[in-house]
Design a protein around this ligand. Structure first.
Ligand code: SF4
Length: 227
C-alpha cells in the first residue's frame, strides 16, 4: 500500500470530532477539488505492508481506539485497504473511512463507519458522487458536503431532501470550505463561506443537517500538517 503519513491527532470533521484518533493517510487521488488541503498526498508516498501499517497503529494507540483511513482517496487502493480495515476491526479498533464518494463502497466492511463526501458544484468535481453509494450507506455512516457558496448550499439542501439522507445515516454534515492557502490566525475568517451565514440559511430552511467546522484548523495553524 502507498502511504503518505500515519499519525495521531484529534479527529476534526465529523461527529467524532475532538476524539483522539490515529490517521492512516493513503497516497493518491483521482479528483482535484479546488479547495483541497491534502494535495501533498497526491504523489510520492511510502510503500508499506498491511502488517507494517497495523504495527504502526498499535504503536501509536496500543489500547484500541479510533483509526481513520483517509487520503487522498483511500478506495483507489481497495484491494489492500479493505483487508487492512478488517484487520483493524478484528484488532479491536473503531474504524472510520473518509472517502470522496466517487468510488464504489460496497466492499467496505459493514462495521466501518463511512464518512462520505458528496462533491458540490463549486468543488471543481461536481457530479462525481456514485449514486449507487446511496444503497451502501448504513445508519452509522455520515455524509459530508463541503460548501463554498450559496449555490453549493442549495445543491446540498436539495440533495439531502431528494434522497432523504437524514433518514439513511447517522449525520449529514454541512462544512464551510477552508481556503487551502490559509495559515496563521486560527479562526473562521479562512472559511470561503461564513459559518454565520450558513447557520442562518440552515435555520431558515430547517435543513436536517449539522453545521460542522474543521476543528483541527481552529486548534492548530491551518497550514500545519500531521495534526
Ligand atoms: S477528493 Fe479529497 S483528497 Fe481528493 S482532491 Fe478532493 S479533497 Fe483532495
Amino acid at each position: 500500500m502507498l502511504i503518505t503519513e500515519i499519525y495521531k491527532s484529534l479527529q476534526g470533521a465529523s461527529t467524532h470530532a475532538g476524539l483522539a484518533c490515529v490517521f492512516v493517510r493513503l497516497t493518491g487521488c483521482n479528483l482535484r477539488c479546488t479547495w483541497c488541503d491534502s494535495e501533498f498526498s497526491f504523489y510520492g508516498g511510502k510503500k508499506m505492508s498491511r502488517e507494517e501499517i497495523f504495527d504502526e497503529v498499535i504503536a501509536l494507540s496500543p489500547g484500541g481506539g479510533l483509526v481513520e483511513i483517509t487520503g487522498g482517496e483511500p478506495m483507489l487502493q481497495e484491494r489492500e485497504v479493505v483487508p487492512l480495515m478488517q484487520q483493524l476491526l478484528d484488532g479491536g479498533y473503531k474504524v472510520l473511512l473518509e472517502t470522496s464518494g466517487e468510488r464504489l463502497l460496497v466492499k467496505v466492511p459493514k462495521q466501518v463507519i463511512k464518512i462520505v463526501d458528496v462533491k458540490c458544484p463549486n468543488s471543481g468535481e461536481p457530479d462525481t458522487f456514485a449514486i449507487e453509494n446511496l444503497e451502501a450507506l448504513q445508519s452509522h455512516d455520515e455524509v459530508k458536503f463541503v460548501l463554498s457558496d450559496r449555490t453549493d448550499y442549495e445543491f446540498a439542501r436539495d440533495f439531502v431532501g431528494r434522497h432523504r439522507l437524514d433518514e439513511r445515516v447517522h449525520a449529514v454534515l454541512f462544512s464551510p470550505a477552508f481556503r487551502k492557502d490559509a495559515s496563521g490566525v486560527r479562526d473562521s475568517s479562512h472559511c470561503l463561506l461564513d459559518p454565520e451565514e450558513l447557520a442562518q440559511w440552515m435555520l431558515a430552511d430547517d435543513v436536517p443537517a449539522r453545521l460542522s467546522l474543521q476543528i483541527h484548523k481552529l486548534i492548530w495553524d491551518p497550514a500545519a500538517k500531521g495534526v
